[in-house]
Design a protein around this ligand. Sequence first.
Ligand SMILES: *Cc1c(COP(=O)(O)O)cnc(C)c1O
Length: 429
Amino acid sequence: MSQTIKDNSNEFAIELDNQDELKDYRSKFHLPQHQGNDVIYLVGNSLGLQPKSAVDFVAKELESWKLNGVEGHFIGENPWYSYHEWFKNPVARLVGAKPHEVVVMNNLTVNLHLMMISFYKPKGFRKKILVEKGAFPSDYYAVESQIKLHGGNPDIDMIELETDKNNIVTTAEIQRQIEDIGDELALILLGGVNYYTGQAFNMKAITQTGHKVGANVGFDLAHAAGNIMLELHDWNVDFAVWCTYKYLNSGPGGTSGAFIHEQHASNPNLNRLAGWWGHDSDTRFQMKKGFNPSYGADGWQLSNAQILPMAVHRASIEIFDEVGMDKLRSKSIRLTNYMSDILMDKVNQNELNCKIITPPESEDRGAQLSLSFDGIGKELFNRITLRGIVADWREPNVIRVAAVPLYNSFIDVWNFVDIITEEYTIIRS
Ligand SMILES: *Cc1c(COP(=O)(O)O)cnc(C)c1O
């Protein structure tokens, strides 16, 4: 539940920052500048900021390449042969998994396809895939093409969740729709947090209901990894994928992560697209035919690891692992509730007419709020951009803002609300 705001003053925001035990982490990131000041960066949900340490991590691997050439695979501080293995423990902590259930590889949409090759197995009447209404376009295209790959018709086999007019849907309603599709449902593929509305889905309940009707259940965690608490293992999720450049600050087009539940770790009945890096690492260099997958998520790798993007990811994951998701999430809830409270305060005082389409309870959302402003959203967005706020506009009608706990402050949030209210008043006057 949202705290009631006792004080909407600038001084109170500063006091909240002073009390914030994570406040020093902001200085570990590069903030773009606007007219000599830090921008108010509220798009960590789109491209997270650069950790200042990233350059050293990348430089180290370039140096090893320079000094060692191909030998860098086996010598140097972080031999590339096993570079990806470093991620297992900290990434498992990040998403609530066992170390052998996670792997860092490829890019998000590629991993989504690899997972659907294994977990979308249409058979008889059971061939439908349930997706979000208003899913991210790449997810729609991946699902459509997977259905076609199996000879199906996406217009029939891809089912979109029914939602209210703001694209929000309750857990009970999702469960009802899953049960309605029943034994025709082959796969549920939802976001952990929807990119447009900011709604966080109850993955535990959805997985339970999905399994009850006999479907596999996977999540696209692009907007959830590094944002909300995840317990993928305990929730019995079959698979999950995520990108690392949004909340996880690992650079444009950065590498991606995948989770495969250990109950599938060595399941020979799953289809896989295989490559040499997924082969059992003890015999990988015997270079023989006959694919023998590594145990667990490692067995889904195709290619040798992309060391340079992984070096950036490592810089960021070290920070996440030092802070821990508990503390991050706890600050995130306070920051986002604070934003919602002071926005609503402006609305109540008739200084702003804004609707927050993101659900109001913390358990139903992450850092992001999606704001709609009857018809003037785009103009307002353009005006706040000129004032040094970095937010984003998503067609048809939403300004998305995410105050992220690693580098955003309460005063960032206060300034954002102050500026958007000023610009709103100017447009309306
Ligand atoms: C950001 C995002 C993507 C982007 O996919 P890439 O393969 O990383 O380009 C896909 N799906 C969702 C849900 C996203 O939020």
